[in-house]
Design a protein around this ligand. Structure first.
Ligand code: NAP
Length: 290
């Protein structure tokens, strides 16, 4: 039986405790006024998500860091404030939270004086090593839930901020696996393909509120996973792309910032592939081993 514990209609009891960032305020850090632009990024403690947080911080945005772990989110937010001098705050944003719990996160941001300018849906359940014949329905559903349904819930809550503000931008960090498959990632590929369709439908429905919705499609990104080839995918090494390299966190963050900011103010429902040209190949040219 499917797990109904995350039923979006269920009301949950939550307690909001002061975070490290609150304590930072109490120590006298001057809070920016609500004219400051703000962004919420899911899964922003490490890797691409943190790179995206840094990119927006460099532009002076207030940065709200989402993570399944409140403590890690707080630490990442402190790092952003220390390095870039902008206000940053961590929030627990977890697929295990129901819609009402997530709503409290966005209500709290609003109570602090912010209506979000941008939402970046970066967190993902990677669904690695899920073989078609053996993956359980629960494992498959978990990936679809996180990468589609949870993103839908968060996007809708953020859209309410943006409607009130009169404009906004939602950016999906998707994947070129929405189009091209890699082995044993059935749920992940399906979820990324579904999220891409959802992105276009959202762009259509939210256009009238001046809310834009777009997607960045990374190929491989230089995370530990790819550097160490944990995916056991030899044909996906950096030098097998036409540009001879795969993306850094900054490459993805630049594309996300473009969609997230007014620089792309007339663009919605669009996709930007950032993959060193990987997707245009029929097959990679693999140099002879010496
Ligand atoms: N790395 C690549 O080569 C690659 C290629 C194409 C697309 N992408 C996409 O780019 C985005 C970032 O990729 P990345 O490699 O930098 O990601 P990552 O760090 O592996 O994952 C991003 C964050 O998602 C959260 N997360 C992980 N598993 C989760 C789960 N089961 N449920 C909910 N949240 C979970 C984690 O944050 P917390 O633990 O803090 O919650 C994690 O730090 C993802 O959307 C990914 O699909 C990556």
């Amino acid at each position: 039986m499917p797990d109904h514990s995350r039923d979006v209609n269920k009301l949950c009891a939550v307690s909001i405790v002061p975070t490290l960032s609150d304590q930072y305020f109490l120590k006298g850090f001057k809070k920016v006024n609500n004219m400051k632009k703000s962004v919420f990024i899911t899964g922003a403690v490490v890797n691409t998500g943190f790179g995206i947080a840094e990119r927006f911080a460099k532009e002076g945005y207030t940065v709200f860091i989402g993570s399944r772990d409140q403590g890690r989110a707080d630490k990442a937010a402190e790092k952003i404030t220390e390095k870039y001098g902008v206000y940053s705050k961590g929030y627990r944003a977890d697929p295990a939270m129901c819609e009402e719990e997530l709503r409290i996160v966005f209500d709290e941001i609003k109570a602090e004086g912010y209506l979000l300018d941008c939402l970046v849906l970066n967190a993902a359940n990677l669904g690695i090593k899920q073989e078609f014949l053996t993956v359980s329905v629960e494992e498959f559903s978990d990936v679809i839930y996180t990468n589609m349904i949870w993103n839908f819930i968060i996007a809708r809550l953020a859209a309410l901020h943006m409607m009130e503000k009169g404009k906004g931008s939602i950016v999906f960090v998707n994947s070129n696996t929405a189009y091209r498959c890699i082995p044993d990632r059935i749920a992940y590929s399906a979820s990324k393909g579904g999220a891409l369709s959802m992105m276009r439908a959202m762009a259509f429905d939210l256009g009238k509120y001046n809310i834009r919705v777009n997607a960045v499609l990374p190929g491989m990104i230089k995370t530990d996973r790819w550097e160490n080839n944990y995916n056991d995918c030899r044909a996906a090494l950096s030098n097998y792309t036409p540009l001879g390299d795969i993306a850094t966190f900054e490459d993805i963050a630049n594309a996300v910032y473009y969609f997230g900011s007014d620089e792309s103010r007339n663009t919605t429902g669009a996709e930007m592939v950032v993959d060193g040209g990987n997707m245009i190949q029929l097959y990679p040219i693999i140099p002879d081993e010496k």
